[in-house]
Design a protein around this ligand. Structure first.
Ligand code: PMP
Length: 533
């Protein structure tokens, strides 16, 4: 089925071609709830069950009637969508409403300041930019303190109250002794010059990030360096600061990475009339960025021990922990924040996707008050951030999620349990085909075995190209009118992120579709998988 976009050939034609190769290039013309509609050859609508849910943006479903009606009213009332650099009461109300939910879930009264943006990656970039601003100000204060101390030591040495002993030069750093120099002022200047040189080289080091292996935090210039997938990240490495990637099953790797990069500055003090050099730790790590449940990496729940160790190490080095809830938050797991379900505590939280209720494009980085730098507000902005329309729609989304004492969260949890139980039965029936079923709430993944030794050349070819998951999704769409999609960086895992409206009947439909595709794979029936038989 060729789409108009593919025919026109100018809007990412190569991607359209790739999607077409596995039958995923379908044009959808209407959407409501859990259903997308396409047209058949006679122009009649064909419903397709949507389990991709806008890559997790549709916890309340496509075109939720209350959200659509509200949006229509807002536009009919001619609300000023854009009036930048004026009062933004709606963004303020949204920040307050988000705080009320966080307060309940975190059981903590500390407020979080909101930096609004439009997309997920942009919220991440705002968060890391704020963290770097914080690091920059911390470093500037530290450098200022060190300069003040040098001034105080200079005055004491000048007044004859202190001398520079030989062992002041005995540092781990390559500092040469000023052999033969006896003038106390000259000895001090030699020492200060060498320490200054060392310190400025340390201060010029690029910041680093701590990130989990398989993480996905966006594809913009900064955020793509926090995305583990090499194909996405490596070509752009030269453009931004780098991350150290840590395996989720080895929490001790966090401390090891920190130890490997430890940086010190040298400061001066006077003890008993002797000038003494002291080490000051300086923050080379800008932030630890972590998803509570990795979405694009294959629906991997962060083990509690890893989350706890991340928190401990961050606290020990004063590094902020940014919890990326862009895919897992907004109720998707049955709690507003998935991190509260896995015992992970952040200093920042990022939200996007379902925050816009499926129609607005809005995102936010929430920063704990004790780490917030208000000066950031004067150096960071975006034309589209904080607009009245998106803020009001997001408020409506929160109202719907929170209504009836959080009835929506209970529905999500119950639907998730039901869906997960069904997936478990498919796995039991096809252990040779389905490797694993995992996730929480309505953020579930079904991982297929790789089948490199398939007797079908077609399947072998798909496996070689990392396309097996896409072919499975293509089959399920073509044969069962169900839209699924592999996760972005783990193509053998189908992600299921439906809206909370998912019905029992739809779960049953998915079950028969999965049983069918599992049987096709078990039979090594390549032609049938690709719709050629
Ligand atoms: N973080 C996470 C956890 C995500 O899942 C995504 C998107 N899949 C992003 C960041 C980036 O969001 P966007 O595509 O809106 O830039």
């Amino acid at each position: 089925m060729e789409t108009a976009a593919a025919e026109s050939g100018l809007a990412e034609p190569h991607l359209a071609h790739v999607l077409a190769s596995v039958g995923l290039n379908v044009e959808y013309v209407r959407a409501e709830g859990t259903t997308l509609h396409r047209l058949d050859g006679d122009g009649r609508e064909v419903p397709v069950l949507d389990l991709v849910g806008g890559f997790g943006s549709l916890i309340l479903g496509h075109n939720h009637p209350e959200i659509v009606a509200y949006a229509r009213d807002l536009l009919a009332a001619r609300i000023p969508v854009h009036a930048q650099f004026s009062d933004s009461p709606h963004a303020g109300r949204l920040a307050a409403a988000l705080n009320a939910v966080l307060r309940r879930e975190l059981g903590d009264d500390e407020p979080y300041f909101a930096i609004f943006a439009s997309t997920g990656a942009e919220a991440i970039e705002a968060a890391i930019k704020h963290a770097e601003f914080d690091r920059h100000l911390t470093l500037a204060a530290l450098a200022g303190e060190i300069a003040d101390h040098a001034g105080q030591v200079r005055a004491a040495v000048g007044a004859g109250d202190a001398i520079v002993p030989d062992d002041a030069f005995d540092l781990a750093a390559p500092i040469a002794r000023p052999d033969g120099v006896t003038d106390r002022r000259e000895r001090l200047e030699r020492l200060v010059a060498q320490l200054d040189d060392w310190n400025s080289r340390q201060l010029a080091r690029a910041p680093l990030f701590l990130v989990a292996e398989k993480a996905f935090h966006g594809k913009l210039v900064g955020s793509v360096q926090l995305t583990h997938n090499e194909a996405f990240r490596v070509p752009f490495e030269a453009l931004a600061a780098q991350a150290r990637f840590l395996p989720l099953d080895r929490p001790e790797a966090i401390q090891e990475a920190v130890d490997a990069e430890r940086g010190v500055l040298f400061d001066l003090t006077i003890a008993n009339g002797l000038v003494t050099v002291v080490e000051r730790d300086f923050p080379i790590f800008c932030a630890f960025v972590l998803e509570p449940i990795q979405g694009e990496g294959g629906i991997n729940v962060v083990p509690p021990e890893f989350g706890k160790e991340a928190r401990r190490v961050c606290d020990s080095i004063g590094c902020p922990l940014i919890v990326d809830e862009i895919q897992s938050g907004m109720g998707r797991t049955g709690a507003f924040l998935a991190s509260t379900r896995v015992g992970l505590r952040g200093d920042y939280y990022t939200l996007a996707k379902s925050l816009g209720g499926g129609i607005a494009k809005t995102s936010v980085a929430l920063v704990r008050a004790s780490r917030y730098r208000k000066e950031f507000e004067l150096v960071h902005s975006s034309t589209f951030a904080k607009d009245a329309f998106s803020s009001l729609v997001a408020l409506k989304v929160l109202e719907l999620l929170e209504a009836g004492g959080g009835a929506a969260y209970r529905v999500i949890e119950e639907r998730g349990r039901r869906l997960s139980a069904m997936l478990g039965t498919v796995r039991e029936a096809f252990p040779d085909v389905v490797k694993d079923v995992r996730g929480m709430g309505l953020m579930l993944g079904v991982e297929f075995h790789d089948r490199p030794d398939s007797t079908s050349p077609i399947i072998q070819d798909l496996v070689r190209n990392g396309f097996l998951g896409y072919a499975v999704a293509g089959h399920v769409l073509r044969e069962h009118r169900i839209r699924t999609f592999p996760t972005g960086s783990a193509a053998n895992t189908l992600r299921l992120e439906p809206s909370l409206q998912l019905s029992d009947e739809e779960i049953t439909r998915l079950e028969s579709a999965l049983r069918d595709v599992c049987a096709v794979l078990r039979d090594e029936d390549g032609p049938r998988l690709m719709g050629a038989a």
